[in-house]
Design a protein around this ligand. Structure first.
Ligand SMILES: [Zn+2]
Ligand SMILES: [Zn+2]
Length: 289
């Protein structure tokens, strides 16, 4: 991940939070959100007698984490993000949540049995038979914390679907900044997809977060693909998306290198869908036969 914000600037942001009273103020405003609180209500909720001290710490949080408007105090987006992440355990307990091997469907390479697991904040699906890694992605521990172990593959699949939709619509999975998508096949970027022409990299313009996805998954949102799946009786909400072999392992040809264009041919239930993708993995032409 490339650093976009100088360390000194990050240090000053974290410095603003390095105080118990400030955290208590944020937590109190969080409990009240989306309503605002007046100075006196906020102070009595936080329960501190020393008004000078309270005033000082509240002022430190304005305007980055707390917005003051007409004498009322309200969390900003950044304030909601930090305290929301903290109270929902996104920022804590990652190492405490572990889910051991759970059956996760069939391998698209060898038809062996897949296993899903969650450890150290990362969900993984792999195949014991052919040793292939099918998919791996960080997932916040709060997403997994209170589920039954056998639900892990379903939760992971839905999470992947959500992240794929979010990225393919242009939003960073971490900070909601704008992302740029690119096919990596003729670049110096190393492919992490089983078939290198299908590797798509998303990079956030704001935080630099990078995610690699399979182009077959990236186009899942396109109406021509959705309707192909629907006509074949496949409901994306009810399958493990790593089992959609026809989508994730299509016939691939490079139409041209400059400008880069990729041709995917997807066969499903006797139907064929041809897709042409540009260098940002956007569908620019399709034909169903
Ligand atoms: Zn396998
Ligand atoms: Zn971002």
């Amino acid at each position: 991940m490339s650093p976009r914000v100088p360390a000194a600037e990050l240090d000053s942001v974290f410095g603003l939070l390095a105080n118990e009273l400030r955290i208590e103020i944020l937590r109190t405003l969080w409990a009240q959100h989306p309503e605002s609180l007046s100075f006196s209500d906020l102070r009595s909720s936080v329960d501190i007698r020393d008004s000078g001290k309270f005033n000082y710490h509240l002022d430190v949080l304005v305007p980055k984490f707390v917005r003051k408007s007409d004498g009322e105090y309200l969390l900003t987006h950044a304030g909601r993000q930090v305290i929301g992440a903290a109270v929902s355990r996104t920022l804590t307990d990652a190492d405490d949540v572990t889910v051991e091997d759970v059956p996760a469907g069939e391998c698209m390479f060898c038809s062996g049995s897949l296993m899903a697991r969650y450890e150290n904040g990362v969900a993984t699906v792999d195949c014991a038979a052919c040793d292939d890694l099918i998919t791996r992605m960080p997932i916040p521990p709060n997403t997994v914390a209170n589920i039954d172990a056998e639900a892990l593959p379903e939760v992971f699949s839905k999470h992947l679907l959500t992240v794929t939709h979010q990225l393919s619509r242009g939003f960073c999975k971490l900070c909601y900044g704008q992302v740029d998508a690119s096919l990596t096949v003729f670049s110096s970027v190393e492919s992490v997809t089983h078939c290198s022409p299908l590797d798509v990299q998303f990079e956030c313009r704001e935080c630099g977060d990078q995610t690699h996805l399979n182009a077959g998954g990236v186009v899942m949102d396109h109406p021509a693909v959705t309707s192909l799946l629907f006509d074949a009786g496949i409901d994306l909400r009810r399958v493990y998306i790593w089992e959609l072999t026809s989508l994730l392992d299509p016939e691939v040809t490079t139409v041209s290198e400059d400008p880069l264009q990729l041709h995917l041919t997807i066969h499903l239930n006797g139907e064929t869908l041809d897709l042409t993708l540009d260098d940002t993995a956007t569908v620019i032409a399709y034909d169903r036969r």
